[in-house]
Design a protein around this ligand. Sequence first.
Ligand code: NDP
Length: 316
Amino acid sequence: MNRITKLFGIEKPIIQAGMIWCSPWQLAAAVSNNGGLGVIGAGSMYPETLEEHVDKCLKATSKPFAVNLPLLYPDIEKHIETVIKYKVPIVITSAGNPKVWTPKLKASGIKVVHVVSSAKFALKSEAAGVDAIVAEGFEAGGHNGREETTTLALIQDVVDNVNVPVIAAGGIATGKAMLAVMSLGADAVQIGSRFVASEESSAHENFKKVVVESGEGQTSLTLKEITPVRLIKNNFYNQVQHAYQNDASVEDLKYLLGRGRAKKGMFEGDLMEGELEIGQVATYIKNIKPAAEIMEEILGEFHTSRRQLSSTIYDF
Ligand code: NDP
């Protein structure tokens, strides 16, 4: 047991990321039923959709699970009401100021975790009263920090600066990577991309296939002028690059992005025109599996690597 497993009441320090369009109740329940913390991604759900997913998740697992709430969500008050009404045990907030909702959620008995991409925001989150922090590095898929701080550089800095438990994210899809970030002082890992290519994820089959087939260097962090996002370099990405070459203004970029690009790509499977948000680790993902097998594989590799490492330690 460590600080995170104790805080959440889970067995394994693996948190599944609450990714928009990819994290339904089926995935959250599967991860929680296998000892991790499953997370419903509320950012792409209308209020009634989130209620349905929370209700179904409560019926599918007796274990703790969480909801990810991007604080910029247009109807955030309604999502807050839902998590309180259904007594969701843990809420992971992102993309916004943790000072605004943390007190209300905590007063309702909910544990609150906030996602940050710098030590500065980790300190602000701690001051806002969060129970733990997800520190997410540059390698991560989807929305990401502007500073491009890699997970290797970020985790140590955050761990050295805050007292609350730290969950490492960005670039973690294997047991070896899990061991690496825990060596840096993280208490747990948050894994997104690997679970996109799970059987329970609601990502479109076309998107899952692209993730499995994509190789080194095929993602990029772009659109920093709006909200930085790491995605696969498809036709839409090429249009963005073309716009940059023509000195596009922020307004031009917003117009090009339009509305619902993420849904089009990840949920509807439009590989040309949609946004396909995935992390650099897509290069390691070679198959689509049930979430239970993914967890077993990561934990198995974690323990094997840990043993191998201790048998190859040298005296310097
Ligand atoms: P867009 O503005 O391009 O589109 C909104 C999408 O969210 C639509 O596909 C819509 O579904 C869906 N949606 C769900 N609930 C609502 C609601 N109450 N009002 C309006 N739309 C809703 O946003 P993105 O696709 O870029 O982002 C989707 C969500 O992801 C955001 O609402 C936010 O919660 C989260 N997010 C976005 C970030 C960003 O910078 N884009 C950063 C971090 C999180 P439909 O097509 O069925 O109407």
